[in-house]
Design a protein around this ligand. Structure first.
Ligand code: HEC
Ligand code: HEC
Ligand code: HEC
Ligand code: HEC
Ligand code: HEC
Ligand code: HEC
Ligand code: HEC
Ligand code: HEC
Ligand code: HEC
Length: 434
């Protein structure tokens, strides 16, 4: 394996070297990506006049557009606003030049769709063309179509003129920005209080384990769009959203589907994953949930004396002994390695501990099945394996003790012998002197 990596490294190095030589010897002109940007036509009066105006509403669109993906793709002012850029006087005359002005919010999706829903056009750029269709069926699209202009149009999520590629870190919909784009609007108290809707999703999300990992660069944890969709944001009553956790947490979902809770969900709509873990402020759970006091712990639905609650306590107790047995085994082994002065073959014990950790991770998923028998069986296996490590380590220590004792006896005998020799030689010397 390592050899293969070394060979690869050499190849890459060689490639870098030769490419360096090639570009040096042929001295090819460096093609900057900017040169692929089409030139702005001469006499493009929309831009010259709007820049000349130095006005705080009509000049910024030009500068913002200049930074956009549309500038790069040659999508010009008149492609979205109509008008005749070549005619300075009649440039914005609706009758003479087909100028459409500033579009109303409700008209924006259709405006963008002119190109983005044109599959033939988008194929040239290797881009999908389904955003408009998805959006039109979404909660947002349907609200806007009914005249609710507080619901987002395309530009609410992408920006008005400075529309960037999704992969641009500054894009409003880039993975590192999108929670602020969705969450920013959804935190607007003035908009949501009057609708009697919560406006705390972003604040809650920022307390979650998911966000914690997102902010450390984890690419697998969900942002708003992974759970709700981006263009086709669905109603939160839809099955797809309510069971969205299944998508990524397959092991827990499999176990959950075997539990009485899944049956209850099918019949009564509860409890689902987010009933116990919350949807936005998902925390790192622990065994304390079985005996916790919150509504989303077992006690939230089951009486302290109920069979269900006591089942939870039984599971908790199995987990607690498993965790502590594994901890003991792990600590004992670590202590032996640190203070045992080597000389023992510990790799098989390390493997055992690693395997036991793996099994414990699985067990934390299995618990969702609420099958006490299975849980106890799996738990027993981990405990036995951990204890066998603890026992083996103890036997090593016993061996070390015996060795030390043997060594001490050897020293005592050795020193005693030395001392006798010494005193005997003094006696002999004394006798000789006399
Ligand atoms: C001779 C100067 C000039 C030219 C040429 C010009 N504009 Fe304007 N534009 C203005 C001024 C001034 C305003 C603000 C006052 C108004 O709405 O008429 C404006 C406003 C606008 C608005 C906002 C309208 C609204 O309803 O708020 C849009 C959109 C616009 N221009 C697009 C264009 C486009 C597209 C072109 C080229 C086809 C163009 N302009 C050419 C000067 C110009
Ligand atoms: C991809 C389509 C698109 C392009 C290209 C585009 N605009 Fe716009 N423009 C819009 C939309 C959509 C709005 C309405 C935004 C809103 O609802 O606030 C708008 C609004 C405006 C306004 C009104 C002020 C404002 O900020 O709302 C002006 C002025 C304007 N555009 C000028 C221009 C000029 C000049 C260009 C060329 C440099 C240009 N636009 C290019 C889509 C476009
Ligand atoms: C509620 C916010 C929101 C609205 C409204 C919205 N978008 Fe998007 N859009 C996104 C997000 C988020 C992405 C990034 C997708 C991803 O994460 O892969 C995106 C990506 C895109 C892309 C890149 C290609 C792709 O599909 O991934 C295009 C093009 C696009 N949107 C066009 C539109 C158009 C046109 C509209 C209006 C019909 C629109 N968007 C409305 C959030 C939105
Ligand atoms: C005249 C055609 C046209 C119109 C109208 C138009 N676009 Fe575009 N758009 C394009 C082209 C062409 C690209 C560049 C595709 C490429 O290079 O990959 C693009 C790129 C984009 C991208 C970047 C996709 C990516 O690669 O991540 C987004 C987002 C986007 N447009 C949103 C919009 C929105 C929002 C509107 C309406 C306000 C709109 N577009 C209107 C033609 C258009
Ligand atoms: C410009 C503001 C705005 C932006 C940006 C926005 N939304 Fe919304 N969203 C709304 C409004 C307004 C509603 C309709 C609320 C109502 O009256 O039911 C809504 C509805 C929703 C709903 C339905 C809630 C329910 O009760 O079923 C969800 C889910 C949602 N948005 C998620 C998102 C996501 C995810 C994003 C980002 C991709 C986003 N929103 C971006 C304004 C926004
Ligand atoms: C891990 C998945 C997940 C993530 C991430 C997530 N949501 Fe949700 N969201 C849900 C679920 C599930 C519901 C439905 C909960 C219910 O019905 O009690 C929901 C409900 C909502 C609602 C309806 C009102 C409410 O608060 O119950 C809105 C609006 C919403 N989410 C917006 C957002 C926004 C904005 C973000 C990003 C900041 C986001 N969500 C992130 C899963 C998620
Ligand atoms: C897009 C994939 C994805 C979705 C959807 C998702 N998660 Fe997660 N979740 C992750 C990842 C990745 C982690 C971090 C790795 C791990 O601990 O499994 C995580 C972590 C967690 C944790 C913390 C586990 C721990 O030990 O730290 C819980 C609890 C959790 N998710 C519950 C949920 C719930 C409940 C939902 C649905 C409302 C959900 N997740 C939706 C991917 C997802
Ligand atoms: C949101 C409410 C809710 C929460 C929280 C909840 N349960 Fe349940 N549970 C139910 C419902 C509903 C049923 C099915 C009806 C019934 O048997 O009571 C059920 C059934 C059960 C059963 C089967 C009962 C039987 O008599 O066979 C067990 C076991 C159980 N739950 C354990 C737990 C444990 C353990 C927890 C905490 C980790 C928990 N439940 C949390 C609602 C909940
Ligand atoms: C009845 C309440 C309840 C339901 C429903 C529930 N969980 Fe859990 N979940 C728990 C408890 C309690 C723990 C802690 C168990 C443990 O430590 O072994 C936990 C632990 C977890 C963990 C962390 C596992 C780990 O390795 O520490 C994740 C991830 C998780 N659940 C996801 C889910 C998903 C996804 C669903 C839906 C398929 C779900 N949960 C349904 C109560 C629940």
């Amino acid at each position: 394996m390592n050899k293969r990596i070394d060979v690869l490294k050499v190849c890459v190095f060689a490639l870098l070297l030769t490419s360096g030589f090639c570009s040096a010897s042929h001295a090819l002109p460096v093609v900057s990506p900017m040169s692929a940007v089409p030139a702005i036509p001469e006499q493009y009066n929309c831009i010259t006049c709007h820049l000349d105006m130095e006005d705080e509403t009509i000049t910024p669109p030009v500068n913002e557009w200049k930074e956009s993906v549309h500038r790069t793709a040659g999508v010009m002012c008149h492609d979205c606003h109509g008008g005749n850029p070549a005619d300075d006087d009649l440039a914005m005359d609706p009758d003479e030049s087909g100028f459409t002005g500033k579009p109303e919010p409700q008209d924006i999706p259709e405006l963008c769709a002119k190109c983005h829903a044109d599959a033939k056009k988008m194929r040239q750029y290797n881009k999908r063309a389904d955003q408009y269709a998805l959006y039109s069926g979404s909660v947002h699209g349907r609200k806007l179509a009914k005249g609710d202009i507080e619901a987002p149009s395309c530009v609410s999520c992408h920006g008005k003129h400075k529309i960037l590629r999704v992969k641009d870190p500054q894009s409003m919909v880039n993975r590192n920005m999108v929670i602020e784009t969705c969450g920013g609007c959804h935190s607007d108290k003035a908009k949501f209080e009057k609708r009697r809707k919560p406006f705390n999703q972003l604040a809650l999300y920022k307390k979650s384990r998911h966000y914690d990992l997102l902010s450390k660069g984890d690419l697998l944890v969900p942002t708003c769009v992974d759970c709700h969709g981006n263009h086709g944001v669905l109603s939160t009553k839809s099955e797809r959203v309510r069971t969205v956790c299944f998508k990524c947490h397959g092991q827990q979902a499999e176990a959950y589907k075997q539990s009485p809770h899944f049956k209850a969900y099918k019949e009564e709509g509860e409890p689902l994953c987010f009933t116990c873990h919350n949807n936005h402020d998902v925390e790192k759970p622990g065994v304390a949930k079985f005996s916790g006091e919150n509504d989303n712990d077992c006690i939230g639905c089951h009486d302290e004396k109920s069979k269900a609650y006591l089942t939870g306590i039984e599971i908790q107790s199995a987990l607690t002994s498993t965790i502590s047995a594994l901890q003991e085994g792990g600590t004992a082994l670590a202590d032996l390695k640190e203070n045992g002065h080597g000389g023992f073959e510990t790799s098989s014990l390390e493997e055992k501990i690693a395997k036991a950790h793996e099994n414990l991770t699985e067990l934390h998923s299995t618990t969702h099945g609420l099958n006490v028998e299975t849980i106890k069986k799996d738990s027993e296996k981990i405990i036995q394996s951990s204890q066998s490590v603890s026992n083996k380590v103890a036997s090593f220590w016993a061996e070390i003790k015996t060795r030390h004792r043997g060594l001490a006896v050897a020293w005592i005998v050795f020193l005693g012998f030395g001392y006798s020799l010494f005193t005997w030689s003094r006696v002999v010397d004394k006798q000789r002197d006399e």
